[in-house]
Design a protein around this ligand. Structure first.
Ligand SMILES: C[S@@+](CC[C@H](N)C(=O)[O-])C[C@H]1O[C@@H](n2cnc3c(N)ncnc32)[C@H](O)[C@@H]1O
Length: 263
């Protein structure tokens, strides 16, 4: 069990560039002492500078293991309501909502399956992904002091074990974009189904923007879903009216409303 908040994203994503920079600087120093050719030293120096800059972007700009901030003040401005987090993982998006909107209650839904293991690693021997995932999420909710307002619900966001028209808002951060195209459509329709009329849907997805391209090149691309213009038509097709679109570093967000008109 964790006593402090630990979102559990791999260490290498946050600090890999720093390790690379240290190695490149060490080789550069060696080359300097051994009087390697100037062009080689210049290439090593440039590579080390890139690795340091990329680390700064990832660590302080994206900051995957730090608190997420709500991308828009227009999300549940009253501060209250029943919220569903689709693909809650270790709770980063759940905490984002519960801390910024102190009168909300939240259902944190996750499948706790292969995708969970892919992001946060396998459970300890003898423990199921569900048990480990539930425990990690609960620890983070407790450490933030918001566990009294949250419940954990195992389930598949493509077919959720939740009543229709039962939430004031749905949030999904960096989760729906891990599904295939058919799964994305199912999940968006499910978000629509469980929302009350006029309920809000806040979708946050990885955008392969200039920050991610600079740091990772093609390695981090969640293509083709990372393309900026992929999401708005899908969200509209599911029945939503888009209220706001925008970006944060490495993130595209859409705030939408469940329209009452027939789909
Ligand atoms: C990158 S994590 C995002 C976690 C969290 N929302 C955050 O902001 O850190 C993606 C999460 O989506 C979950 N997930 C993937 N497919 C899912 C599905 N079909 N139903 C429910 N959760 C799913 C994974 O288990 C994983 O925890």
């Amino acid at each position: 069990m964790h006593s402090q908040i630990n979102f559990g994203y791999p260490w290498a994503i946050n600090y890999g560039h720093l390790v690379l920079a240290a190695v490149l600087l060490a080789v550069l120093a060696l080359g300097w002492m051994l009087r390697w050719r100037r062009s080689v030293l210049v290439v090593l120096g440039l590579a080390a500078a890139w690795a340091l800059a990329a680390w700064t972007v990832i660590r302080f700009g994206v900051d995957m293991n730090g608190r997420a901030t709500l991308p828009t003040a227009a999300f549940l401005p009253s501060g209250g309501g029943r919220v569903l987090d689709m693909g809650a993982g270790t709770g980063r998006s759940s905490l984002m909502v519960l801390e910024a909107r102190p009168r909300t209650t939240l259902v944190a839904l996750d499948l706790f399956g292969a995708s969970y293991v892919g992001h946060f690693g396998p459970p300890p021997p003898g423990q199921s992904v569900l048990d480990e995932g539930r425990a990690a999420l609960l620890c983070n909710l407790r450490a933030a002091g918001v566990d009294g307002r949250a419940t954990i619900q195992p389930g598949d966001m493509r077919q959720m074990p939740l009543e229709s028209s039962s939430f004031d808002a749905v949030v999904s951060a960096y989760a729906i974009d891990h599904l295939d195209r058919g799964g994305i459509r199912q999940a968006l329709r499910e978000a629509y189904r469980v929302l009350k009329p006029d309920g809000q849907f806040l979708l946050m997805v990885i955008a392969n923007d200039r920050w991610l391209k600079f740091a990772f090149g093609p390695l981090m691309a969640h293509a083709p879903m990372a393309a900026g213009d992929f999401w708005a038509p899908e969200v509209r097709d599911a029945g939503f009216q888009i209220l706001e679109e925008g970006t944060q570093p490495a993130t595209k967000y859409i705030l939408a409303r469940k329209t009452t008109a027939a789909r």
